[in-house]
Ligand binder design. Sequence first.
Ligand SMILES: [Zn+2]
Length: 292
Amino acid sequence: MLNSDAQYVEPVFSSDQSDSDGFESLPNDSDLAYDLSIWASQFNIPHNAVKDLLCKLRPDHPLLPKDPRTLLKTKTDYVVKNVGGGSYFHFGLQNVLLTELKSDVYSNQANVTVMRIQMNIDGLPLFKSSNTQFWPILGRTIHPAVSKPFAIGILLGNGKPKNYLCDLIDDINNLTATGLLIPHTGQHIQIKVSCVICDTPARAFVKQSKGHSGHFGCDKCVQKGLYVNHRMTFPDTNSPLRTDVQFDKMTNVEHHIGRSPFLNTNLGLVTQFPLDYMHLVCMGVMKRLLWL
Ligand SMILES: [Zn+2]
């Protein structure tokens, strides 16, 4: 209610108000805040530098937020689950694909009807002094455009996680069955998982199969390995090949150490888990040839 001798009073905002939504109410500061947020994201300005800049600007622009997280609208309500012996956050395959569709890579793609994606799962140690590891699930589209890798989910835990792929498996099954729904247009884009690329230890882990030092450790054929000079070798070049059906039925019991979560999808556990070119060829055979 206005009182009778109403006069213009400089608005006073508590720090809470100005931090959460204050800068949206004054056009000048709002524009400045918007420009600053774009600039900070574009040039990857560290949060402490943005905070310092906001501090210097606030005397003249009191409605700028104090906190860089407010300026950058950093999402803070992440739902982190305790899964597989660690903390897991699932970005969601659907969300990241929708984001990809808005990216520069897809700006020239009209009428996308099918998207093919590759995935990668691996563990990476964070510190030398502890067993803390990240287990990211990454993906990228390879058709109709090749995108940069994006994170689908990340687990932080100690050592190898147990079963943390349930959300991913659900996403794969949902998206391959019903497609990716584009909001507003109602269009469905068909999603196909091309393959899951992992290095040898990670592949054995997600497939729950014997490692490469096991007698039945070969991913592609059924021969029993031969132990030579403290190494497992697979000398037979004409051995019968493994098939997806054999893997599904776990015909060769000695190849498996458990049931792979990917058996709950329609992916081929042999044909869609390729051998890893980077470690085997570039950093393996080629490196050895150069040394010789
Ligand atoms: Zn083989």
